[in-house]
Design a protein around this ligand. Structure first.
Ligand SMILES: O=C(CO)[C@H](O)[C@H](O)COP(=O)(O)O
Ligand SMILES: [Fe+2]
Length: 237
């Protein structure tokens, strides 16, 4: 089933960007038509990798303000515990903050912290995490993020069983009657985005698929790949 909204959004994951020129990378992907900046935070504890934190988010947000780049920063927390970092990312300019329910001792409280801080809140589901975590908090969500790889690294392959999980999540969201985005993260490429959209996703994180374009010979790398996503998503309906 296609997403009811048809309002597809593309969220390049800066995990695969060139961190030495992060501001420029973000500028280029947004100018090329991306909608959100997906910001992966890993702590070498909840996941076996270490990336970037609130200080980088704050600098990036300030750079975006200065240079007139308008795009929400979509912070994906792969950290445990979560609450202290939630507060820091609210202060650092995040628009969306999502976290893994297993990483929070008090899921409802963590969601309230995000929303009270003026950000949009989301829960992230690892491939084997049940959607039943949605049962009593769906009215507090702006986003559901389905991981289609195990979290921790970019460049992994999409796990096909996540298509059924996306269909289940789409059904739950539609039944809730709320405007909740259904984001998918991991292994999203030009050649699988149509079936992923048809399974119900409306927000597509793409790291290696987008940022590998700057290492290719194509001088319009980001334009080409983001246009490619848009064309395929238009076909998906
Ligand atoms: O959260 C993540 C990994 O934990 C990343 O957002 C994700 O892997 C994106 O990278 P790619 O599109 O290359 O799979
Ligand atoms: Fe992510």
């Amino acid at each position: 089933m296609a997403a009811a909204s048809m309002d597809h959004k593309i969220a390049p994951s800066i995990l695969s960007a060139d961190f030495a020129r992060l501001g420029q990378e973000v500028e280029e992907v947004i100018q090329s038509g991306a909608d959100l900046i997906h910001f992966d935070v890993m702590d070498n504890h909840y996941v076996p990798n270490l990336t970037i934190g609130p200080a980088v988010c704050k600098s990036l947000y300030a750079h975006m303000q200065r240079t007139g780049i308008e795009a929400p920063i979509d912070v994906h927390l792969m950290v445990s515990p979560v609450d202290q970092l939630i507060e820091q990312f609210i202060d650092a300019g995040a628009s969306y903050i999502t976290f893994h329910p297993e990483a929070s001792q008090h899921i409802d409280r963590s969601l309230a912290l995000i929303r009270d801080g003026g950000c949009k809140a989301g829960l992230v589901f690892n491939p084997a995490t049940p959607l039943s975590y949605l049962d009593y908090v769906i009215d507090k969500l702006d986003m559901v993020l389905i991981m289609s790889v195990n979290p921790g690294f970019g460049g992994q392959s999409f796990i096909p069983a996540m298509l059924d999980k996306l269909r289940d999540a789409r059904r739950i969201i539609d039944q809730s009657g709320r405007a909740i985005r259904l984001e998918v993260d991991g292994g999203v490429k030009l050649d699988n985005v149509v079936e992923i959209a048809r399974a119900g996703a409306d927000t597509f994180v793409a790291g290696s698929a987008v940022f590998s374009a700057h290492r290719s010979d194509d001088p319009h790398g980001y334009d080409s790949v983001i246009r490619g996503f848009r064309e395929r998503l238009a076909d998906a309906g």
